[in-house]
Ligand binder design. Structure first.
Ligand SMILES: [Zn+2]
Length: 235
């Protein structure tokens, strides 16, 4: 009887350890997906009236689906409507493997007013250098940049133009990665974090292409592939 009891205790211990390991593995693979802006304050508006929030949401729905199909655990920040507060968006990031905020880009009003809206197209990535999680943030940004380029996209580099309000330092110009330490969602996220401007909505030539669901699906798969490659290996 005593031997059985010890054996049972050992089996229970093995069971508990395996439960703990699988819980840690899940936590390590959790991705928090933020949809930029809200329905009330939709961000950029395209020349033909497409709203940034709607494009952001179309893309995050496709991204969440793609990440879940790859077996990752995903927190959808906009599931019950996007929070107004930026800090509230990053609250779910504690213990996550990555926080990613999805946007579509605009330009300074003076730039648009000068008739220069067609000068830039492409994606832009932002990371905060001061964070302890910088190494993984950058690794994920690089993998997502490569994923975007694998589907034929290119970095816009608009945010590196030497004008007031832009002039963001480039960490990797070939992959379109900028330094933006004070961006609230990057600064307040406890997880590795990045912000992706998927394309330039303010460019009228780009608006219809970016708004197409087929583009959102293709971009979402490219982003999901990049994310999968930069996450820590499962235990
Ligand atoms: Zn935005």
């Amino acid at each position: 009887m005593k031997h059985t009891s010890v054996r049972q205790q050992l089996l229970s211990l093995v069971f508990l350890v395996s439960l703990y390991s699988s819980a840690s593995a899940c936590a390590a693979q959790q991705v928090v997906v933020d949809t930029g802006h809200t329905t009330e304050k939709p961000g950029a508006i395209g020349h033909n009236g497409k709203r940034e929030f709607d494009l952001n949401r179309q893309l995050t729905i496709a991204l969440i689906k793609a990440l879940r199909a790859k077996g990752l655990s995903v927190t959808d920040v906009a599931a019950a409507g996007s929070p107004q507060s930026l800090q509230a968006r990053t609250q779910a990031s504690s213990g996550a493997a990555l926080f990613i905020s999805i946007h579509h880009d605009s330009m300074q009003q003076a730039w648009l007013d000068a008739g220069r809206s067609r000068e830039f197209s492409g994606y832009a990535l932002f990371v905060s250098v001061g964070k302890p999680q910088y190494a993984r943030s950058l690794a994920c940004a690089k993998n997502i940049g490569r994923g975007m380029q694998a589907i034929g996209e290119h970095p816009s580099l608009y945010h590196a133009t030497p004008i007031a309000g832009e002039n963001r330092p480039l960490i990797d110009s070939a992959l379109g990665i900028h330094r933006f330490d004070d961006l609230v969602v990057l600064k307040t996220a406890e997880a590795p974090a990045l912000l992706l401007e998927v394309g330039v909505l303010a460019n009228p030539d780009e608006e219809p292409r970016l708004a197409a669901p087929q583009f959102a699906d293709r971009a979402a798969n490219a982003i999901a592939n990049g994310i999968l490659q930069c996450l820590p290996a499962e235990q």
